[in-house]
Design a protein around this ligand. Structure first.
Ligand code: GTP
Ligand code: MG
Length: 264
């Protein structure tokens, strides 16, 4: 394994399961004999699920920003996003204390705060180094309808375009979908034609028509990435997530967790 860890930034719409998936994937990697490090970049993260090794809240806390600058939660997130970028060297220094194979990064709830600010791009480039990738999470609440799925695909493409990093599309909370529905949703990722047909089969409102057009545009612009179904609750899909991540940086070698005992 190289000296640089593989770095995976988890992003997605509010409540899509970022924090829970970071914790579940960390546990999976530990069980497979790896030594993952977790970085929390969400200044408002109060989740008890995630014990981060390095936590931005040591330097920037949402509640403090709200109080100090008399801002509401959204204004404070915007202000905090830029304050976080100024802490990049402190974060780098804190992370250097950990010698790990994988760095898993939890990001703020509002995807636009992460994806649409220049400060985040600098953060991803500095912390991700040569081996930074993005996991874009598809929440089944949206992804279960064809038009919702198409919207998430566009958002994922936008995130990939912003960061110019390899992007893995991950369906979270797959346990809440019936096996048939899960298969259908995953099938939309494999076959753009099926997705477009499903969007068009929805009620013919102007919005839905637009999604169909947009899905066709996507179909031409970029080959769709396979959607990886996962569940942090059951652990399903975590091994394929690991394999996909390794495939990005090794081209498929070293993907057998059992072949890599701890420390090697
Ligand atoms: N059934 C099920 N629920 C899940 C799963 N993963 C997360 N959840 C639930 O989804 C909700 C949101 O999960 P979080 O991990 O907090 O999502 P998040 O994207 O970090 O949320 P914000 O940071 O607030 O945007 C919580 O109620 C979780 O318990 C899963 O795999 N299965
Ligand atoms: Mg979270």
């Amino acid at each position: 394994m190289s000296e640089e860890p593989d770095v995976l930034f988890f992003t997605g719409t509010a409540g899509s399961g970022k924090t829970t998936l970071v914790a579940a994937f960390r546990d999976w990697l530990k069980n497979a004999g790896y030594d993952p490090t977790v970085l929390n970049l969400d200044p408002g993260n109060e989740s008890p699920t995630l014990e981060a090794d390095v936590d931005i809240r040591e330097w920037v806390r949402l509640a403090d920003v709200m109080e100090e600058y008399d801002l509401g939660p959204n204004g404070a997130q915007v202000a905090a996003a830029d304050m976080i970028a100024l802490k990049v060297f402190d974060l780098r220094q804190a992370l250097d204390e950990f010698r790990s194979d994988f760095l898993l990064v939890d990001t703020p709830g509002q995807v636009e705060l992460f994806a649409f600010r220049e400060s985040s791009k600098a953060l991803v480039d500095t912390l991700g180094g040569e081996r930074g990738a993005i996991a874009f999470l598809f929440d089944p609440a949206l992804a279960k309808s064809a038009s919702g799925f198409a919207s998430l695909l566009l958002l994922s493409a936008t995130v990939e375009f912003r960061f110019r990093r390899p992007t893995l599309n991950v369906l979270t909370k797959a346990d809440v979908l019936t096996p048939e529905r899960r298969e259908e949703v995953v099938g939309w990722g494999d076959s753009p034609e099926t997705l477009v047909a499903a969007v068009e089969a929805e009620a013919a409102t102007p919005d839905v028509q637009l999604s169909g057009e947009v899905a066709r545009a996507l179909e031409m612009l970029a080959p769709m990435t396979t959607l990886l179904p996962t569940s942090s609750r059951t652990g399903d899909g975590l091994e394929p997530l690991y394999r996909s991540l390794r495939r990005i940086f090794t081209g498929g070698e070293d993907t057998e967790a059992s072949q890599l005992p701890p420390g090697e």
